[in-house]
Design a protein around this ligand. Structure first.
Ligand code: FES
Length: 129
């Protein structure tokens, strides 16, 4: 299964195999450096995958080290407990921040994350302190 992300225009996507995500169970998360970018990959209970920026928009702590609840699909950052909906990438508490979402696909048990070749930073940052 794959998650489609509308990048608009004709942005070229570089699909990168992510061995770290190869054998994670449904309901698990894993962090990985993908083509130099820190990414968190979620293997949902329904078998689908999502991939988001792996560093918290607040102060760049590794989200995968946070408290993860696979039923609610919510992760709490270990830094200051900001919570994110890992289906949408939206901030729950506080609201207003959003994780950058990467395209992701799984083919034959191999997970690939798409890195847009657009020269942009694939990362959002909150300016709340
Ligand atoms: S670094 Fe994540 S909540 Fe502060």
């Amino acid at each position: 299964m794959s998650a489609d992300v509308n990048l608009g225009g004709d942005v070229e996507i570089k699909w990168v195999e992510v061995p770290e995500a190869q054998d994670i169970w449904e309901g698990d998360i894993v962090d990985a450096a993908v083509d130099g970018e820190q990414v968190i990959i979620v293997h949902h209970l329904d078998g689908s995958y999502d991939a988001f920026q792996g560093l918290c928009p607040h102060q760049e702590v590794l989200l995968a080290d946070g408290k993860w609840d696979e039923e609610s699909c919510v992760i709490a950052c270990p830094g200051h407990l900001w919570e994110f909906d890992m289906k949408k990438g939206d901030g729950i508490n506080p609201k207003g921040s959003t994780l950058y979402r990467y395209p992701v696909k799984e083919e034959g048990g191999v997970v690939h994350v798409g890195i847009p070749q657009d020269g942009e930073a694939h990362y959002t940052k909150s300016y709340e302190s």
